[in-house]
Design a protein around this ligand. Structure first.
Ligand SMILES: *Cc1c(COP(=O)(O)O)cnc(C)c1O
Length: 389
């Protein structure tokens, strides 16, 4: 039987045609396709500026650099995320300060944010986990009271809405990932959105070596220009092959989101018969959930054993996520240890993401549910009841 992966992008003839068009244009660096994708993405989110960068990780890093955050500063974030979230703070020389999450959303807990603020705190970096919006009213209010920036990691949350507005339109800036497994996939890629002209102007320069004008402006617009290097920049600008995919992927994002919602509801329904060892991870809050992943909580069975058996039986699974502060690097370099963030640590041993992408067929979903049923029964029979760390 064919292996069912945990995620799959959808690339249609439109993407192929857009890529061929770019390849034949004679310019495959950063040019008109990137500018067009930025314009359409800004309009979709409802922001003044969108800036193409080569990943979400680098988008967050560039945003902090543009905000002047660095050595001696602190940024409050969550340990329930992909390692890149915290790493983007470390790259600047600043300290990531973790606070625990809410058990019903896996999102950063605003009450704990306020308690973690010190005179060195400069920004809050929330993650809209799985595509479920964070409590943005509370987070933005805390930031206002303490004069902090809010930068959101929207890697899971392109389509997500909070109080009727795209979640990426809240706070000072939001950063997106277009990595191969994300809801909008360009292989590698990212975007930073903001309404702040000064931050946008700085990022335009520092994402491209700190130069005042890129290759497109210098060689392809019929006007000779020198560049000047005004800042110590980086090399992380988006290029037109990524933007070609992105432009077409953006046009599919809402129609695919409808399928995500239907598929998540189908999983919820079909998993009911598996009983109390497995609970879909969901909330009843009135938000537009982007449904990036379909996580479940396993109780009374060893999650890692179940994950291993699922893969053996041809079903791809993932864990989103194990706590960042318990990674060897964060233990050794930053002195973190088990017991600091109990909600994250407990969930980090029980979460399992099942295969989930909009074009997934009902037969495939049924095979996932049947296999999970089998594996859980096997785990109970063999008394595989807990995780060893
Ligand atoms: C994927 C992901 C990132 C990193 O995105 P890249 O584009 O690969 O840099 C950051 N944060 C979260 C929550 C992610 O899932």
């Amino acid at each position: 039987m064919e292996f069912i992966p945990v995620a799959k992008p959808f690339i249609g003839v439109e993407e192929e045609q857009e890529i061929i068009d770019t390849l034949r244009s004679g310019f495959i660096g950063t040019g008109p396709k990137t500018a067009q994708f930025e314009k359409e993405f800004a309009a979709y989110i409802g922001r003044k500026h969108a800036l193409g960068i080569d990943s979400c990780t680098n988008s967050m890093h560039m945003t902090f650099v543009a905000m002047g955050i660095g050595k001696g500063d602190e940024v409050i974030t969550t340990p329930m995320t992909f390692v890149a979230t915290a790493n983007s703070v470390v790259y600047t020389g600043a300290t990531p300060v973790f606070v625990d999450v809410q058990p019903d959303t896996m999102n950063i807990d605003p009450v704990r944010i306020e308690k973690a603020i010190t005179p060195r705190t400069k920004a809050i970096l929330p993650v809209h986990m799985y595509g479920h919006p964070c409590d943005m009213d509370e987070i933005v209010a805390i930031a206002k009271r303490h004069n902090l920036k809010v930068v959101c990691d929207c890697a899971h949350a392109i389509e997500a809405e909070y109080k009727g507005k795209k979640v990426g339109s809240y706070g000072d800036a939001a950063c997106y990932s277009f990595y191969a497994t994300k809801n909008l996939a360009t292989g590698n890629g990212g975007m930073m959105v903001t309404d702040d002209d000064a931050i946008a102007d700085t990022i335009v320069i520092i994402r491209d070596h700190g130069m005042s004008a890129g290759a497109w402006a210098r060689y392809y617009t019929g006007e000779f220009k020198h560049y000047q290097m005004t800042h110590l920049g980086y090399k992380c600008i988006m290029w037109d092959l990524q933007a070609s995919l992105g432009l077409q992927q953006l046009r599919r994002i809402e129609s695919r989101h409808i399928k995500r919602e239907a598929l998540a509801a189908l999983y919820d329904k079909k998993l009911k018969r598996l009983g109390e060892n497995i609970q879909p991870f969901k909330t009843t809050r009135p938000v537009k959930h982007a449904h990036h992943l379909y996580p479940v909580i396993l109780t009374g069975v060893d999650r890692d054993w179940v994950a291993g058996k699922m893969e053996e039986k041809g079903i791809g699974v993932g864990v989103h996520f194990r706590p960042v502060h318990l990674e060897p690097y964060y233990r050794e370099v930053w002195g973190h240890k088990p017991g600091e963030f109990p909600v994250t640590e407990k969930a980090g041993e029980k979460l399992l993401s099942l295969p989930f992408w909009p074009e997934m067929k009902e037969e495939e979903l049924n095979r996932v549910v049947d296999t999970l049923d089998e594996v859980i029964k096997e785990a109970l029979n063999q008394k595989r009841t807990g995780n060893k760390r």
